[in-house]
Design a protein around this ligand. Structure first.
Ligand code: F6P
Ligand code: MN
Length: 321
């Protein structure tokens, strides 16, 4: 079986980028190991502090953030780092070529109940910009050189793109190598499965209310299909399901905090997932335009998300026109 290293070589990925990706992967293997220890290590529960977004940090949010940050700072190719759990960008190495942007542990409310979580990463060119300045990172998702996630579930999986399709690797517990288990994954264009946090229904904008109401009418409604619903509360797991069997995932704008455009973060979650979804033949939008075409204005900026099977996302968009 081919290792991730062999695939990177086969895809002619420059060695500095491959080294950067490997640094993320090595840290993620350590995170996987910690997660497996679960309640045996002193890693569960809250860290007793909040992140810049005002969310309670879990101990493992903090630990996994530090593990990635320390590893990446020691990688010569890394010019700078931005993390969902850091207020400000962190400078890496002079002469480094890449910016690594990550959500160290997505879906962290799942940690304490032993349900799937993941690390999401995005790699941008540093273009010689000052890595201590936010402006250097504010590049459109289209600029991403690589994006992926490591899913800590029953198996530890790596799902990654370097712009040449999406490959899925499984962490071999014996060799500690990620080996290719599914090359060139493709999202089915149609689906009967949607994912949205229905408890926010009354806060959504009217187009979203109408679309979901029509889905709920099933085969008797205008969409003429009986839908199924899933909500894992970890974007990384929802996207993984969609890559495997199609679906539509939505975290739309809602009026709970009207000044915020949604819950999910453009740089740490929206852009890397959008690159994966597009590379697998799906669509990833903010209910208006492609997520990767949004010009970021803030490093912790939020974004509404409607992504997944191409034809279903087009249906969702048609309600927003
Ligand atoms: O990172 C934010 C996140 O945990 C996503 O992984 C997930 O999709 C979402 O929040 C769940 O939000 P809620 O708790 O509102 O269902
Ligand atoms: Mn997250």
């Amino acid at each position: 079986m081919q290792t991730v290293q062999q695939i990177l070589e086969h895809n002619q990925i420059p060695s500095s980028l491959a080294e950067t990706i490997n640094t993320v992967l090595n840290a993620s293997k350590d995170i996987a190991f910690l997660l497996q220890k679960g309640g045996m290590g002193d890693i569960l529960g809250c860290a007793g502090q909040e992140n810049v977004q005002g969310e309670t940090q879990k101990k493992l949010d903090v630990i996994s953030n530090d593990m990635l940050k320390d590893a990446l700072k020691a990688c010569p190719a890394v010019a700078g780092i931005a993390s969902e759990e850091e207020d400000l960008p962190v400078a890496g190495n002079a002469g480094g070529e890449f910016l690594v942007i990550y959500d160290p542990l997505d879906g962290s409310s799942n940690i304490d109940i032993n349900v799937t979580v993941g690390t999401i990463f995005s790699i941008l060119p540093s273009n010689g910009g000052n890595p201590a300045e936010e402006a250097t990172y504010l590049q459109k998702g289209r600029n991403q050189l690589a994006a992926g996630y490591v899913l800590y579930g029953p198996s530890t999986l790596l799902v990654m793109t370097t712009g040449q399709g999406v490959d899925i690797f499984t962490l071999d517990p014996d060799t500690k190598e990620f080996v290719l288990t599914q090359g060139q994954a493709q999202i089915t264009p149609t689906t009967k499965e949607f994912a949205i946090n229905m408890s926010n229904q009354r806060f959504w904008a009217e187009p979203m209310q109408n679309y979901v109401a029509d889905m709920l009418q099933g085969e008797e409604g205008p969409l003429a299909k009986r839908y199924n619903m899933r909500w894992i509360a970890a974007m990384v797991a929802e996207v993984h399901r969609i890559i495997n069997r199609g679906g539509i995932f939505m975290y739309p704008w809602d009026s709970r905090e009207p000044n915020k455009p949604g819950k999910l973060r453009l740089m740490y979650e929206g852009n890397p997932m959008a690159m994966l979804v597009e590379q697998a033949g799906g669509l990833a939008t903010n209910a208006d335009i492609a997520i990767m075409d949004i010009q970021p204005e803030l490093i912790h900026q939020r974004v509404p998300v409607v992504l997944g099977s191409k034809q279903e996302v087009e249906i969702a968009l048609s309600y927003h026109k």
